[in-house]
Design a protein around this ligand. Structure first.
Ligand code: XMP
Length: 317
């Protein structure tokens, strides 16, 4: 019978046998999957696991600092790399969703390559790929139709010459969380909603700038913190906000305003392949909407996304 404990024991043993004294490099994203993969590998090979956590400037508010701190708390050997400006530079003027994804993926690979060259004799690339990623990258990455290019699956160029080790690639998300629990990873990390690799870059529709990121971070923070404060966070599979490339007219005191619209999205799902919008309480939505409009400069209208997947996707880009 499969239990998280038996999975941990057998996987750690296999990893030890497979990796021996080899060095492994792993890119942490702050998400559940890469975190669990890292801790599992760390159990097996200890200090031979070198983790890299890149700040792409597209993370949630305070995320880089707080996540880095929890990784250190887990005993991981992790280097935080601030590459915000490289990402913003590459994104400048790009508005097409696929162009943006590719730009973000490209810089990620560049940064990762630069950083991994500093780690001598690394032989393996560790990845937190889970089973649905394997399925989705096969099904959506057909030759004719790329729905969305997920830059973190098979996204590294051949010349990196690293062998890939993916200890979670047979597991579904709920199993990954159980394994994480068996590894004593804090709930704060395990309970996190999924978050796309390209981050807020694909939640800012149109071109991405540091200023827009700051606006969306505030909006997202109010929404996510609100879900937590109201005990709704764990009832939702994933939630976030989109900054729309649209201004609308509003009124503040006696003044006419002409400012940005944000869309809130909260979905229930098992694996992200299909999803339903969550019927969040009206009172909650009213409170969040007020808080956003009152506190976030440059936003005067909030809408709630009531589309399911399919035909809509979870992310807007
Ligand atoms: P969609 O928008 O395709 O999203 O319905 C399904 C799930 O995948 C996440 N997502 C990504 N995750 N890299 C990721 O790691 C990506 O490029 C990416 N694009 C979408 C999305 O947040 C949702 O959980």
């Amino acid at each position: 019978d499969w239990t998280p404990e038996s999975f941990v024991d057998s996987t750690v043993a296999e990893l030890k046998a497979q990796l021996g004294d080899d060095r492994v490099i792993l890119g942490l994203s702050g998400g559940v999957d890469s975190s669990v993969a890292a801790v599992l590998l760390h159990r097996a090979i200890g200090e031979n696991l070198y983790c890299i956590f890149v700040d792409n400037g597209l993370l949630r508010k305070n995320e880089f600092e707080s996540v880095l701190e929890s990784y250190h708390g887990l005993g991981l050997n992790v280097k935080g790399v601030n590459s915000k400006d490289l990402f913003y530079k590459e994104l400048e003027g790009k508005t097409d969703p696929e162009d943006k994804r590719k730009a973000i993926g490209k810089i990620f690979v560049d940064v990762f390559e630069t950083e991994s060259k500093l780690i001598e004799n690394a032989k393996w690339l560790g990845q937190g790929t889970i089973y649905p990623d394997v399925i989705e990258s096969v099904s959506v990455k057909g030759p004719s139709a790329t729905i969305k290019s997920h830059h973190n699956v098979g996204g590294l160029p051949d010349y990196m010459k690293l062998k890939v080790v993916e200890p979670l690639n047979t597991l579904f998300k709920d199993e990954v969380r159980l394994v994480g629990k068996a590894l004593n990873i804090p709930q704060e990390i395990l309970g996190r909603h999924p978050f796309p690799g390209p981050g807020l870059g694909i939640r800012i529709l149109g071109d991405v700038t540091a200023e827009k990121v700051e606006v969306l971070q505030e909006v997202d923070y109010i929404f996510i913190q609100g879900l937590k404060d109201h005990g709704l966070y764990d009832d939702v599979w994933q939630a976030g906000a989109m900054l729309l490339p649209v201004n609308s007219v509003g009124v503040m005191g006696d003044e006419r305003t002409y400012e940005k619209v944000v869309a809130l999205r909260a979905v229930s799902s098992l694996d992200g392949m299909t999803a339903d919008w969550v019927h969040l309480p009206y009172e909650f939505l009213a409170e969040i909407s007020n808080n956003i409009i009152n506190r976030v400069k440059g936003v005067n209208r909030v809408v709630y996304d009531i589309s399911s997947k399919p035909p809509a996707t979870i992310e807007w880009e």
